[in-house]
Design a protein around this ligand. Structure first.
Ligand code: ADP
Ligand code: MG
Length: 686
């Protein structure tokens, strides 16, 4: 039997040259190749007559060759034209720079041609043709053509032929890893059949059966993996908290009354924490909906019950901000709050750690410094992750492992459509804060071409500053490196200080600055010592300065919708009317689409749904966002029914055998670990 983990270059018929090309597609082993599934299929069963062809469509015709001619209009350019006909008309096939091809055509032969149609009046031309001579064409082969996702330098034809060659090896057999019970229950085909028929379907029906199996399997593995990471926390016995009387006094001491939605979320949380079972809850609320105070009250309730709580945030700025607001509110009630972030000195850290261990700290706030091994709690009762989409699955569970079944709360401002939530948080209860605090005015968003940049700076920025408000200017996103991004930010500040706002106070914030520097800048922005804060995306999440009312985003086309929405959420946090100016420098369709969505709505749920539509769930599930294995074929919209079945089955499996140790689940477990490890290195399952 052939080892599927074999390096691709040693596979029969592949060799170093082809393997280099395959590496470009992230194909390194035989298994990678076999699981390199087509992106779509073109149905070539539907033969058309020449007379039925429409301009710009792709179609297959069955025709007789009537003549071949070649020409060479320029040096280095060869055109081969082939006249063909059927009983309804004539057409021309056009081939560029394939001089050898003319020898393959013989007048009078019948061929099948698939190509792109250009039709002007009665002239029909087919380009990018793929031709099949009917004589060498076995009758009962299905004409469904796989189309692979490719990069430059690798053609679809090459991939098809490489895979065909591999599949024809008699020794090849892909071992089944789904338990027989599941195969029978859901009437799935074997993995061997599925892989073969996805690449080279023997019939349309076979392709359908193959796809069904793969979709089911992708969902099942994703879901099982997720459940396993969560350690079956749902079933764990929790710590029973009482609702403390003091909580009411804390509520009363707040400068505002909770909104109805906040109130609801809070009681759901308090109820959960009174229950036998450990809480496992997600709070979804749009930017600015007031999630922090809900977290604060949950943590206070934990502390008042004599347990320690932890709050983890993705950035230092955010952690510090939480630290300040929690200290302000809770200290007078005798609740001790501490901060643990990377930029503390060693000594400071040691002191905090000591206190946490000795239970002299009630609430510990920090970045992922919290999950380091040396952090030990005395009696951790509640763990909260803010902006959870910024953390990997593993990071989250690492924090809760520091206690004995602590209650778990995760908060996100990237609301996701229900369908997605169902997968990602299949085992979580969900609270939704779908109401903004009173008095907020919707942010007015205006997208302008970069030629209007001057106007935006000279009139809008000044106007807001004159009213006593403050302004954020976000520099273009640079994907490659934080350092280049920081440099761009420095340059922008120079430009602004020298050219536009010589008389205003312009500050700078970027990811390469030291924690203490960032801290100082944020403090002076909060204290109104800075009028305009130029920043990279480090301010994307959580930052809260209600007096800031104008946000300008440069090169807005480089950001995704969800990110633009997060950034925009930095303004509109107080009672003043706020604006967001998106300056774009692209005329692409995606850009236009994004800009108009941003102008139309402030609703995070709607935006993320659109985002999903534009980018497709594939990217949404990309490793950057969630650290989850990629769904290659499964589509959460199209395959909702299969998703639900797979989810049910995953629940059942975890319930019966939550570590997947039974004989029939063992092989499946290996597959899950492999798939998850492919995208997330940090994950190790035991
Ligand atoms: P997010 O949900 O984005 O984390 P925050 O918790 O940062 O939002 O809250 C945004 C702002 O709204 C803060 O200034 C906070 O003090 C304020 N806020 C929260 N809840 C209320 C409320 N019920 N009434 C008035 N203001 C509120
Ligand atoms: Mg927040």
């Amino acid at each position: 039997m052939i080892d599927l983990n074999k390096d691709i270059q040693y596979v029969k018929g592949i060799g170093p040259k082809k393997s280099q090309k395959l590496n470009k597609l992230n194909i390194f082993t035989l298994k990678d190749l076999l699981y390199y599934f087509p992106r779509q299929f073109e149905d070539r069963n539907n033969l058309k007559k020449i007379i039925q062809l429409g301009n710009n469509e792709k179609a297959t015709i069955k025709v007789v060759i009537a003549g071949v001619s070649t020409s060479s209009p320029r040096k280095g350019m060869d055109i081969t034209k082939v006249d063909v006909r059927d009983e309804t008309g004539y057409a021309k096939l056009v081939f560029f720079n394939q001089p050898y091809i003319k020898n393959t055509f013989k007048c009078g032969d019948t061929i099948l041609v698939f190509g792109k149609i250009k039709k002007e009046f009665k002239n029909v031309e087919l380009s990018c043709c793929e031709v099949e001579h009917l004589t060498n064409f076995p009758k009962n082969t299905c004409k469904v053509m796989p189309i692979y996702p490719l990069t430059y330098g690798v053609s679809n034809k090459e991939i098809i032929s490489i895979i065909k060659n591999v599949l024809s090896d008699k020794e090849l057999k892909i071992q089944e890893y789904l338990p027989q019970r599941i195969i029978e229950k859901y009437k799935l085909c074997s993995i061997d059949y599925a892989v073969r028929n996805i690449h080279s379907p023997s019939s349309k029906e076979a392709l359908k059966i193959a796809l069904y199996r793969i979709v089911f399997e992708e969902f099942l593995i994703l879901q099982l993996g997720l459940f396993m990471f969560k350690n079956g926390a749902n079933e764990a016995e929790g710590i029973k908290f009482e609702e403390s009387k003091k909580l009411n006094s804390i509520l009363k001491s707040l400068p505002f009354k909770l909104t109805g939605a906040q109130d609801r979320a809070l009681s759901e949380i308090i109820d959960d924490m009174q229950c036998e079972k450990a809480m496992n809850r997600l709070v979804q609320g749009d930017v600015g909906s007031g999630k922090t105070v809900v977290a604060l009250l949950a943590l206070a309730n934990c502390a008042l019950n004599g347990y320690q709580g932890a709050l983890m945030a993705p950035t230092e700025i955010l952690a510090e901000q939480h630290y300040i607001s929690l200290t302000e509110t809770l200290e007078s009630f005798g609740i001790k709050v501490e901060l643990l972030v990377g930029s503390l000195t060693k000594k400071q850290k040691e002191k905090v750690l000591e206190k946490v261990k000795n239970n002299e700290v009630d609430i510990l706030i920090g970045t992922h410094a919290l999950i380091e091994d040396k952090v030990e709690f005395d009696n951790l009762g509640l763990v909260i992750t803010d902006e959870q989409h910024r953390f990997g699955v593993r990071q989250r569970s690492k924090l809760s492992e520091k206690g004995e079944n602590p209650h778990i709360l995760v908060m996100t401002a990237t609301p996701i459509p229900r369908t997605l939530a169902l997968i990602l948080y299949g085992d979580l209860d969900i609270s939704i804060i779908d109401e903004l605090p009173p008095g907020r005015q919707p942010i007015e968003t205006i997208a302008v071409d970069k030629s209007k940049r001057d106007r935006a700076y000279n009139s809008l920025v000044r106007k807001e500053v004159e009213k006593g408000r403050q302004v954020y200017i976000v520099c273009p996103l640079v994907e490659e490196s934080e350092a280049i991004e920081a440099k761009a930010a420095v340059e922008l500040v120079e430009e602004l200080r020298l050219e536009y706002f010589t008389d205003l106070r312009v500050g700078l914030l970027h990811g390469k600055m030291k924690g203490s520097e960032k801290d100082a800048i944020m403090k002076s922005f909060k204290n109104k010592e800075i009028d305009i804060l130029v920043s990279t995306t480090v301010i994307e999440v959580g930052v809260n300065v209600p007096n800031a009312t104008l946000m300008i985003i440069e090169n807005a086309e480089r950001f995704g919708l969800a990110q633009l929405h997060q950034l925009r959420g930095r303004v509109g946090r107080g009672k003043h009317k706020s604006y967001c100016i998106l300056i774009y420098a692209s005329k692409s369709e995606v850009c236009t689409q994004r800009m108009s969505i941003m102008q139309e709505t402030n609703d995070g749920f709607k935006i993320s749904e659109k985002d999903l539509e534009i980018r497709g769930p594939g990217e949404f599930f990309g490793t950057r966002q969630h650290g989850l294995p990629e769904l290659k074929v499964a589509n959460i919209f199209k395959h909702m029914k299969i998703l639900k079945l797979a989810q049910q089955e995953a629940r059942y499996i975890v319930c019966e055998d939550h570590k997947l140790q039974n004989l029939e689940n063992k092989i499946l477990k290996k597959e899950i670990i492999e798939k998850f490890e492919h995208s997330v290195k940090e994950i190790s399952l035991n």
